[in-house]
Design a protein around this ligand. Structure first.
Ligand code: PFF
Length: 468
């Protein structure tokens, strides 16, 4: 019997898959993909996205799962176990979730607020939205620092509770129910969205290919945009997949998981498009992306549905809440896992509960700070030319550390230590052709694409317009 990870192990392949798919399917799928696909070339965007999933997404997912399982460690020590110099990649993978957890929890808190508000409308109580304009309602909420901080705190306490319960009894149990529920709710919402009068304009917006993009510059733009989206959506370069991989049994087939996870994530992204964009067009609104799309545009759609509005609103924000919490749990577990390694290494002792509480307190401080910033509405001093602290933390993680870490990881396994992961990848599975495919892509395809993603991110964060 292979040695078990002391921190815990998944109870079943299904549980592992649900946890990992739940981690990947998050706010990025709901508010990023549909709009980018519609604006970025429709069907052409989808094709480019799929090609990138096969050449980069699957390969990177396999690499991260393999180094996680091979080392049995959280991200910092996983990369350190390859080469001391590679510790930087692990460090970036530990720091990124530390930056992300604050703002992602604030957004998770927003989803609880909207769940409560739609429930309030359904029950006809004073804490509903009560016909208020959706834009004004959202502004009143996020500029109220204390209220948004309270929801953030509630969200963080939920994550801490799930993580404190452990890998099998906490994360796996929760995800095994939540992730399938998410897909079922998506299908129900789609059935309503695409049958609304005028919905077909939205379907057309998403799918109609924009052939004018078939120029060298046009295609480069699509690759940069689709690559960035795929990278974020699969949570690559931030230790999540490494961490979840470290809890996989040596009998499991990593190759199968590395294909299923990106495919399920892509299906969820396309489904999210059909659940939201047609309804937005049916209500005669402009689709957008980010918090405005989720909390203003879609709330306006529900308001336009009359008595059925709060029912679909409740269902929809529950879906968004599930997407956010399974992802936030993975972000937090990545921090906890590495922090447990660090305490074990230096103190010769560690405790999941103690470390979870410590990391939870850190997340609380950060989450309350980002909430009090109220999306930049309270004149907090800002840095790096960003307008909100959400953007600043996002710039530090998604904008820089994550793509740099992933680029360095591909160089590590493509150029410095080629073949290092071969034994782990072929454990309990096929070798031969898969290994050749993996080693080819990680050497020749992933590094240039990751470089493009990095440049695309920097250009987007600083408004440099290098692409598009
Ligand atoms: N992949 C998830 C999403 O699409 O929302 C989770 C996630 C990715 C969280 C990247 C945070 C992050 F920076």
């Amino acid at each position: 019997m292979a040695k078990k990870n002391k921190k815990g192990q998944w109870g079943s392949s299904f549980g592992f898959l649900m946890a990992t798919v739940g981690a990947a399917v998050g706010l990025g799928n709901l508010w990023g993909f549909p709009y980018k696909m519609g604006k970025g070339g429709g069907f052409i965007f989808l094709l480019v996205y799929l090609v990138l999933v096969f050449l980069v997404g699957i390969v990177m997912t396999l690499q991260e799962l393999a180094i996680g399982r091979k080392s049995g460690k959280g991200v910092l020590y996983a990369y350190k176990s390859v080469d001391k110099r590679a510790s930087a990649i692990g460090l970036f993978g530990w720091l990124s979730p530390l930056f992300i957890i604050g703002f992602y929890s604030m957004l998770g808190g927003y989803t609880i607020k909207y769940l409560a508000a739609n429930l309030g409308d359904l029950l006809n109580t004073s804490w509903g939205i009560n016909g208020m304009d959706s834009g004004e309602y959202f502004t009143a909420f996020y500029t109220n620092s204390y209220e948004s901080a309270v929801y953030t705190v509630v969200f963080i306490l939920l994550i801490v509770f799930i993580i404190a319960m452990g890998i099998r009894n906490g994360i796996e149990k929760f995800s095994s129910v939540a992730t399938p529920a998410l897909f079922i709710m998506l299908i129900i919402v789609i059935a309503r969205a695409v049958t609304l009068p005028g919905a077909m304009d939205g379907v057309r917006f998403m799918l109609v290919p924009d052939w004018s993009l078939f120029t060298p510059k046009g295609i480069i733009n699509v690759i940069a945009s689709a690559g960035g989206q795929m990278f974020f959506s699969l949570s690559l370069g931030m230790g999540i997949t490494v961490t979840y991989g470290s809890y996989v049994s040596k009998d499991d087939d990593l190759q199968e998981s590395a294909v299923l996870i990106p495919i399920a994530d892509t299906i969820a992204a396309v489904l999210a498009g059909f659940a939201t964009i047609p309804a937005v067009f049916a209500a005669g609104l402009d689709p957008g992306q980010g918090p405005g799309m989720l909390f203003v545009t879609l709330q306006t759609v529900f308001a336009s549905m009359g008595a059925a509005g709060p029912v679909f609103g409740l269902l929809f924000y529950f879906l968004v809440f599930i997407a956010a919490i399974t992802s936030a749990v993975s972000v937090m577990e990545t921090i906890v896992s590495t922090t447990m390694d660090i305490t074990e290494h230096h103190l010769k002792h560690t405790s999941r509960l103690g470390v979870t509480i410590g990391c939870g307190l850190f997340a609380l401080i950060e989450g309350v700070f980002v909430s009090m910033d109220g999306l930049g509405s309270h004149g907090f001093p800002q840095i790096f030319n960003q307008s909100t602290w959400l953007d600043t933390f996002d710039l530090l993680s998604e904008g820089t550390l994550m793509p740099i870490g992933a680029l360095l990881a591909s160089i590590l396994f493509g150029w410095v230590y080629p073949g290092y992961l071969d034994d782990e990848i072929s454990l309990g599975s096929r070798g031969g052709r898969v290994l050749r495919y993996f080693n080819f892509c990680i050497k020749w395809i992933v590094p240039p694409i990751m470089l493009m993603v990095l440049l695309g991110q920097i250009s987007a964060f600083f408004g440099l317009k290098w692409f598009g």
